[in-house]
Design a protein around this ligand. Sequence first.
Ligand SMILES: Nc1ncnc2c1ncn2[C@@H]1O[C@H](COP(=O)(O)OP(=O)(O)OP(=O)(O)O)[C@@H](O)[C@H]1O
Length: 689
Amino acid sequence: METQRKPNTALFDVFLRLRPNPATDRERFLDVEHLDEQHEAPTRITIKPPANDYRKRSVEKFAFTRVFEEHVGQREVFERTGAVGLIEGVLGAEGREGQDGLLATLGVTGSGKSHTILGSRSQRGITQLTLDALFRHTAPCLVDVDSSLTVLQSLRAADVSEAQLFSAAAFLDAIYTDNYGISRAATPARGATPARGVTPSVETSLYKAIGGSRRHAPRLSTLPTDPPIDDIDINVDKTAEYAIVISMYEVHNDRIFDLLGPSCAAKGLGQQKRRALLFKPTELSPDRKVVAGLKKVVCSDLEEAQLVLDVGLQERRVAGTGSNAASSRSHGFFCIEVKKRLHSTRSGPWTSSALTIVDLAGSERARIAKTAGATLAEAGKINESLMYLGQCMQMQLDHAAANPGSTPNLVPFRQCKLTELLFSNIFTTQQQQQRGVSKLPQKAIMIVAADPLGDFNSTSQILRYSALAKEVTQPRIPSLTSTIPFSTLGRSHSRPATPSALADELDNALAELARVKADLEITQMHLEEETLRRQQAESSWQVAESRLEEVEVEIREEMWSEMEVKLQQEQRRFLAARDADLDAQDSHLDRKLEIMTRGISVFEDDKENVEGGETGDEAVTRKQRGSVVFVRNEEEEMRLADLEAENAALRERVANLEREREVQRSPSKKMRVLKSRKWEGSGMGLDEV
Ligand SMILES: Nc1ncnc2c1ncn2[C@@H]1O[C@H](COP(=O)(O)OP(=O)(O)OP(=O)(O)O)[C@@H](O)[C@H]1O
C-alpha cells in the first residue's frame, strides 16, 4: 500500500466539491467516506474504477481539506472554504496593509467550477458573494469617486500596473448608452435616476475614446440575491477609507486578454485581432509582475460591481460542447483590488491588495466533448496548461511535505501563462519576504469540482495531483499491453469490438499516456533539480580542491624558503670553519717559512764571482762580511737536499690550497699567492740551488 501524506504547509487549502448529477443511467465511481456519523466535515473520498475496467485498476483514496457533497449549497461553500477570512485578509486589520488572496476552481469540464465561482441565474457564486460581503461591510468607509475627481486621480497615480482607471458610472454609461439608446436611468436594475449626482460625461468620453463602448446585449435587469449573506460578519478597519477596483481578464490560448477593454466582436473584428496584454514588471512595480495595461473600474456599490462583472463575462469565451452547454473556453481571472489609506490622512498614499478569483477552464477529452476545429485546438491548450498546473501543484505539495516552510526552487511555473499568473508572484514574494522586501500572500483556496457520475479517467487524474494526501490500495503497474488498445495487438478477446468500445479503449489508453507523460515530466523536473544540486556540489568541491592546492603550494613555498635560509646558515658556518682551519694551516706554514728564511743565507754566485776574478778567499771574506756565513760541507749539503724536498712538498701543497681557495680570497691567501709567486720566480733561488 502506498501512502503519501502532504502536510498543511502547502500553498493551498484544497477542497473537493461534488456536483449533483440527475442522470440515472450512469455508474457512480466516487464515494465520500463518513468515518463518524457525528463527523460533520468529511475529508476523504474513494474512487473505484468502473466495473467494466479491463485494466483492473486499483481503488484509490484521496484526502482534502474538506469535501462538500452534492447537497451543499453556495453559501456553505463560501463560508466553509474560508472565503470570509480571505476577504478580511485583503481588507487588512486595523492600521495594517491587506494581503493578497487567491481562490480558484479546478476540475474537468462540466464539473461545476463556473457554478461555484459565478453561480447561476438564481444562485450567486463565490464572486458575487465576495462582492456583496465587501461592499456591505465597507460601505461607510468607501470613497466616493463620482463626486470627487481628485480621488479618482489619486487612485490612478497609485496604480502600478499601467492600468486605465475609470469610475463605474462612466464605464457603464459608455457601455450601455452607446448606439443602443439604453440609458442608465432607464435600466430597472439601477433605478430611475443615475446613482450619483455627478454627470460622468468626461470619463465616459474618455472610455469611448479608447474604443470601450461595445455592448449589443442589454444590461442585466435582475440580479440574483440568493443565497443571502447579510448575517455574515466581516472585520473592517474602521480607521481606513477604501476603494474597490474591479478588473477582469482571461487566458485564452496562452495569451492574456482584457475582458473590460474594447470588444472586437462589437467592432466587427475577429477575436484574433484582440490585443494581448503582457504579464511583466512595470516601472512602478520592478519586483513584481503585473498584467500591464488593463482597464480597471472603481465601483461604489454591489450593483455597479455586478454590472461590471456581467460586462466582462459577456466578453469571456464560452462555447457549447458535448459535455457542457456553456463551457468556458478560457481561464477567467476576476480581480477585486482593495485600495486602502488612513481615513485621517486623506491625501496619504494608497496601499493595494487584491483578491483574485479564478474560474479555470475544464480539462476535456475530445471524444466526449465532441469538439472540433478551433474549439478542439482550444481544448488542447486548456489541457496542456492544466497539465502544467497539475505539475506545479504536485511539486509544490511534495516540496512542502519534504521541506516544511521552505520555498521550492524549481516549481516549473514559467511553462505557461496560467501557472505564471498563479504562481510567479507567490514564489517571488516568498523570496522577497525572506529578504524582508515584501509581504506574503495569504494561503490560497483551491476548490476542485468533480462529478461523481462523470468521466472516471479525467476526474481521477485531477484528483491525483490536487489531493493533499492519497492512498492506493494496490500498487498499479500499468503494463505496456494494458495501455495499448487490444485491437492493435490483434488478440481475440471477449470485449465487444464495437466502435464505441474501441473508442473507449483508445480514450483510456490516451488518458494513461497523458498520465504517464505527466509523471515523466515531473520525474524530469526532479532530475533537473537533482542535477542542479549535483552541479552545485561539484563546483563547490572543485573550489575546495583548488583552495587546497593553493594552501599546499603556500606551505611548500614557506618550508622551502625556511630550508634555504637554514642551508645558507649551515654553508656559512662550514665555510667559516674551513677558512679558520686554512688560516691556521697558513699561519703555521708562514711561521715555518719565516723561520727557515731567517736562518738561511743563500750565496747564489760564488762560482761566478770566483770565475769573474774574485778569489775564493775574497769570496769567503765578502760572505763573512754578511750576517750569515754559509759553509758548504757534506752535512749541510744533505740538510739542504732535505729542505729542498720538504720545500717542494710544501709548494705543491700550497698550490693545491691555492686552487681550492681561488674564489675566496683572504689576506692569508693573498699572502700565500704572493709567497708562491715569490717561491716560483722571485729570485729567492731555491729552485736553482
Ligand atoms: N452544485 C451544483 N448545483 C446545481 N447545478 C450545478 C452544480 N454544479 C454544476 N451545476 C450545473 O452543471 C452544469 C455544468 O456546470 P459548470 O458550467 O459550472 O461546469 P464547469 O466545470 O464550469 O464546466 P466548463 O469547464 O466546461 O466551463 C451547469 O448547468 C451547472 O448549472
